[in-house]
Design a protein around this ligand. Structure first.
Ligand code: MLT
Length: 328
């Protein structure tokens, strides 16, 4: 081999090594600037509420601010698509949920991301039981009367949800299918704005994640008929479970979790996961989530691997339910 060729090989090796070292240094120094967390719904809904609570705590641990960006549309799939296609450098994350990363593939044949393959899971932020709620003057005193009323008057009733593929849409669809009803389904960019219209009585009822409903129920501005989990929620001890209230087959709980674009380096995912785990152990952050009815996973349930398994099982769970119920 001539000396020129040997020189070229040595130079190429040096460039590769310095690129690797630079990347390693970048990962070691991460984060060096603010991080964007996309919330794929409007402000004021459960995804936004959970994102802001955990991001505030994670920002302190990471030493850089996590900025929330609300990118609403298409049941959360617009913001999730943007996150899937972002640079995989740890500076763009998304707060996904059971809809964007579980139900959406069943409802969007041309979905531009695969929830299990196009993201690096960071960890579960909170479990969120589903509540059946209605405007405050809805003419039913309990779930039995509510079910009888919606069965008799479905064509006159408006049911709010956060867009095809969202949690509220999937859980409404399941509810309607179990009752055999077809109310008018009214889409919003998130259940924050949907809740405003429920409070003002412009829509009649909805099924949604507990965390943004608790303050309104406590204030008496909306009515809660049942929580769709086996035990009552400690944050709403007076609200019966669907089993107690006569609708035992309606059992559904959702979740919110942080994802990064596929290819985000494992060192960065580990730092983000550690910050999330620490946030969920912080007494103040825990209290804020628990007071709103959020459910905090145990340590093994907060790992990226556990979240990957959850996504795979949720896509498998929702696909037949939604296709069978004609969720569109
Ligand atoms: C949903 O229905 O998917 C959520 O409630 C949306 C939101 O967080 O606003």
């Amino acid at each position: 081999m001539g000396s020129t060729r040997r020189g070229l090989i040595a130079a190429a090796a040096a460039i590769t090594l310095s690129a690797a070292l630079a990347a390693g240094t970048a990962e070691a120094a991460y984060p060096e600037r603010p991080i964007t967390m996309i919330v794929p719904f409007a402000a004021g809904g459960p995804t936004d509420v959970i994102a802001r609570i955990v991001a505030e705590d994670m920002s302190k641990t990471l030493g850089q601010q996590i900025i929330i960006e609300n990118v609403a549309g298409a049941g959360g799939t617009t913001g999730s698509t943007r996150a899937a296609q972002a640079a995989h450098d740890g500076y763009t994350l998304v707060m996904g949920h059971m809809g964007t990363h579980g139900a959406a593939p069943a409802l969007y044949p041309n979905l531009k991301y695969d929830p299990a393959k196009d993201f690096e899971p960071v960890g579960l932020a909170a479990g969120t039981p589903i509540l059946i709620v209605a405007k405050k003057d809805f003419p039913a005193k309990d779930l039995k009367e509510f079910v009888a009323y919606v069965k008799a008057n479905a064509s006159k009733l408006n049911e709010a949800h956060a867009g095809v593929g969202s949690v509220s849409h999937s859980t409404c669809t399941l509810f309607n299918s179990q009752l055999g009803i077809k109310p008018t389904m009214v889409p919003y960019n998130g259940t924050g704005p949907a809740l405003n219209d429920l409070v003002s009585g412009q829509v009649d009822f909805m099924c949604d994640q507990i965390v943004n409903l608790v303050p309104q129920i406590q204030a008496g501005t909306i009515k809660a008929y049942a929580v769709a989990i086996p035990e009552r929620s400690p944050s709403l001890p007076d609200v019966p479970t669907t089993k107690e209230a006569g609708l035992p087959d309606y059992q559904v709980s959702a979740w919110n979790a942080i994802f990064a674009p596929k290819g985000t380096p494992p060192e960065i995912i580990a730092k983000l996961n550690a910050a999330l785990v620490k946030a969920l152990d912080d007494p103040n952050t825990r209290k804020r989530l628990l007071d709103l009815g959020g459910v905090i996973a145990d340590k093994p349930g907060r790992s990226p691997e556990a979240l990957h398994e959850l996504v795979v099982s949720e896509v498998a769970r929702w696909t037949p339910v939604l296709k069978g119920a004609n969720g569109k």
